[in-house]
Design a protein around this ligand. Sequence first.
Ligand SMILES: NC(=O)c1ccc[n+]([C@@H]2O[C@H](COP(=O)([O-])OP(=O)(O)OC[C@H]3O[C@@H](n4cnc5c(N)ncnc54)[C@H](O)[C@@H]3O)[C@@H](O)[C@H]2O)c1
Ligand SMILES: [Zn+2]
Length: 402
Amino acid sequence: MRDSQTAQDQGVIGGREHLEQRVNVQFRYTVSFTQAVFAPGNSLLVDTLSPTPLASPARVFAVVDAGLLAAQPSLTAQLQGYFAAHGKRLELVAAPWSMPGGEASKNDDQVIGRLLEQLFARGLDRHSYLLAIGGGAMLDAAGYAAALFHRGMRLVRLPTTVLAQDDAGVGVKNGVNAFGVKNALGTFAPPFAVINDSDFLRTLSPRDRIAGLAEAVKVALIRDAPFFRFLVERAHALRSGAEAETRAAIQRCAELHLEHIRAAGDAFESGSARPLDFGHWAAHKLELLTDHTLRHGEAVGLGMLVDIRYSRLCGLLDERAAHEASTLIAALGLPTSDAALARREPNGELSVMRGLADFREHLGGQLTVTMLTDIGSGREVHDIDRALMERAIGDVHAGQRS
Ligand SMILES: NC(=O)c1ccc[n+]([C@@H]2O[C@H](COP(=O)([O-])OP(=O)(O)OC[C@H]3O[C@@H](n4cnc5c(N)ncnc54)[C@H](O)[C@@H]3O)[C@@H](O)[C@H]2O)c1
Ligand SMILES: [Zn+2]
């Protein structure tokens, strides 16, 4: 779903002729919210993949998160039943292919190769669809394969965790881990479409469900004070998995992410800033330090506590706001401390501090980290007072949050 337009200018630079090439590419994709996506009477998926009657049906290869399949064994039959019911417009070219659930799909470099082999063996092309159904990690890996295959086939994501529905699955990034670094390999590649079916969330563990709420807290803290109030008022319901509240939080969080990608002017993150990554410099490091025993959302919760405390210590954030922000994280049931916060390198440096350098390296350019100035607004900072940050990390580790 893209249009492109090119323009060339001629000129002279340093005495040499040059052609200046400008390419404007516009992307459009839908993020839909539904329930029972594979009920034969639900036309959303068939309308998304095959909006107008085609001469031949849309060719689809489906990949499914193995953890999801274990929790919902009837999913394969439901999916096949749906394709059978819509056989005139959809063709499932093979039985659904299972990919490891969780970070294993991003850590094992064989996973991408095996999936690419499958796509090739089925004779798929750039107009074919990869239908990826699963958590944020598996979607990141599947999206990376889709972006590589023939330089990009159509990717339709069906995110099945709270975090994937409110953040990971709705954006334009994919990737896998390599060289001991999270998301070291990946591309920016907008999906063809995203379908969030809240029914998938019913089998999610409370731990994963709560972890996904961290991204909602994050985007509320830096962008949307009324959404923050909503999360505070409904914290108990959200913590216990109330469906209506969870759906509302997911939808607002996804909207805020989409708004940022659309309106901030840097959809493919070529600048140094990544404002929506509040709390993430420490989070990514904590995930690695704990060998991914901490979930991404849990690590983001801890990373936010560190940056809230730092924002307070350096006077950017007042006491009341710091208290409210960290109280919400605790009230939702996210972890508020972890032994990895106290881990030290052989030279005595707190290991998590290395996350700052990794973060700058991953983005390139000047170190840019978002700190909080109030509920609903952040500020980019380029210099971190290391002694103050060590104190903030120590305070969070010791349970002093604000
Ligand atoms: N691309 C992006 O923009 C972006 C943004 C944020 C996070 N991420 C990535 O997302 C990943 C985290 O994703 P996540 O929080 O969804 O966790 P996850 O993908 O690791 O999934 C957690 C567990 O839940 C299982 N699972 C998935 N759906 C299930 C269901 N409905 N019922 C039962 N079990 C289910 C999985 O098999 C896995 O074991 C990280 O790798 C993170 O880096 C990517
Ligand atoms: Zn995140």
